[in-house]
Design a protein around this ligand. Structure first.
Ligand code: ZN
Ligand code: ZN
Length: 336
C-alpha cells in the first residue's frame, strides 16, 4: 500500500483512513490519538481520545475532566487494532507521558514521532528508535547551528551563578509542562538540596510529576509577603516564561533573569527577552539528534511536520532519503 493511503494530512491534522482517526488534531474530531500534553498537540473537545495514562491525566489537569467525550489508555509497546490499522505507542523522551505513534497496515509502518528528544531526561521515559518505512519528524531545531550543550553543564552554570551572587534571587523561566520539572530534577541530580520556589502556575503539574514517582525535592510557593523581600536572597525561583514578563518578577531582590530554552542558543533572543543568564535546555532534538534519529529508524521516506523544514528536507535528499514538508498548521515551535 502507499504511505499516503495509511496517513495523510487534512485541515484537522494527520488522518488515517483505514483506522478513521487523527493524530494530534488541531480541531475537534471524532477520534484523536494524542502524542503528548503540550497545548499545541493536545486540545480539548474531541469525542474519543487515545493517549498514554500520563497524557490523559495531564489533559485533565489542564482542561478539566470533560476534556473529551471518552478517554482510552494506550500502553507503551502494546499494539492495538483500530479499524484496519494497527497502532502502537512508544516513548518519545519529550515530556512525561510523551509517545511516538506507530501506524501499520499490510507491511507498511509509519511512525509519527510528535515532539521528541534524545538527551537523558530524568523526568520521562527515554526515546526508542522504531524501525519504519516513513518517519514523521518535527524540525523545531532543524538547522546545523542548533547543537544543544550537555544539560548538566547548563545546570552547573546556574549553580555557579547562585554561589557567586548569594544576595540575589535567580528567577528561572521554564515552560510549565516538562521543562520546569526537568530543571528542578536536574538541579537535584547536581546535588542542590535547598527549597526551590515555584510560581503558582506550576504547582499542579509539579504535584502530578511527584505523584508519578519523580522526586522534585523540597518545593514551596514563590509568594512574597509584603516587606519580606530578603526571604528570596540566594534562592532559585522557577516560573512560567509569561510570569516573568509581569510585575510578579520585579518583586524579588535584585533578580538574575534566567531562561531555560533551546532558543537561548541564539544570543539575540536572550537579549531581546532581557535574559541575563541564558540556559540552553531543550525538550526538542537538536540538529545532530534529528539526523541521527532519522538514520536509526532506517526510514526510506521522511515527512517533516513543523519547524525548520527546508534544511532537514535537504539533508534527507543529500543522504538518499525521500523527504517532504507537511506544512501542518497549528503546531508552534516556540514551546520549548
Ligand atoms: Zn511538545
Ligand atoms: Zn510541539
Amino acid at each position: 500500500m502507499r504511505a499516503r493511503d495509511l496517513l495523510h494530512t487534512r485541515p484537522e491534522g494527520l488522518y488515517c483512513p483505514p483506522g478513521d482517526f487523527f493524530i494530534d488534531p488541531v480541531r475537534p474530531v471524532e477520534r484523536a490519538l494524542i502524542t503528548h500534553g503540550h497545548a499545541d498537540h493536545a486540545r480539548p473537545g474531541n469525542a474519543k481520545v487515545l493517549a498514554t495514562r500520563e497524557t490523559l491525566d495531564i489533559m485533565a489537569i489542564r482542561y478539566g475532566d470533560g476534556f473529551a467525550g471518552s478517554a482510552q489508555v494506550a500502553r507503551l509497546g502494546e499494539p492495538m487494532q483500530i479499524g484496519a490499522a494497527r497502532v502502537t505507542f512508544h516513548p518519545a523522551g519529550h515530556v512525561l507521558g510523551s509517545a511516538q505513534i506507530a501506524v501499520e497496515m499490510d507491511g507498511m509502518r509509519i511512525v509519527a514521532s510528535g515532539d521528541y528528544k534524545r538527551r537523558t531526561d530524568p523526568t520521562c521515559a527515554a526515546f526508542e528508535p522504531i524501525a519504519c518505512d516513513v518517519f514523521i519528524t518535527e524540525a523545531t531545531f532543524g538547522l546545523p547551528v542548533f547543537r544543544h550543550p550537555e544539560s548538566a553543564e547548563e545546570i552547573a552554570r546556574l549553580l555557579e551563578s547562585v554561589r557567586q551572587f548569594p544576595e540575589r534571587a535567580h528567577l528561572v523561566g521554564a515552560y510549565a509542562l516538562g521543562k520546569a520539572q526537568r530543571v528542578i530534577r536536574l538541579l537535584r541530580d547536581a546535588g542542590y538540596g535547598e527549597t526551590i520556589y515555584i510560581h503558582g502556575a506550576l504547582a499542579r503539574l509539579c504535584d502530578y510529576y511527584v505523584s508519578q514517582g519523580i522526586d522534585l525535592g523540597p518545593l514551596a510557593p514563590a509568594t512574597i509577603e509584603t516587606g519580606a523581600k530578603d526571604q528570596f536572597a540566594g534562592a532559585i525561583v522557577v516560573g512560567t516564561p509569561s510570569a516573568f514578563a509581569d510585575r510578579w518578577a520585579r518583586r524579588f531582590p535584585d533578580p538574575v533573569a534566567c531562561f531555560a530554552s533551546g532558543w537561548m542558543r541564539i544570543r539575540q533572543r536572550a537579549k531581546q527577552r532581557g535574559v541575563e543568564l541564558p540556559l540552553i535546555l531543550s525538550d526538542h532534538s537538536d540538529w545532530d539528534e534529528l539526523t541521527a534519529t532519522i538514520t536509526e529508524t532506517g526510514a526510506s521516506e521522511v515527512w517533516v511536520t513543523h519547524g525548520r523544514e527546508e534544511a532537514l528536507v535537504r539533508w534527507c535528499g543529500l543522504n538518499g532519503i525521500a523527504a517532504q514538508p507537511l506544512h501542518l498548521i497549528g503546531y508552534e515551535d516556540e514551546g520549548d
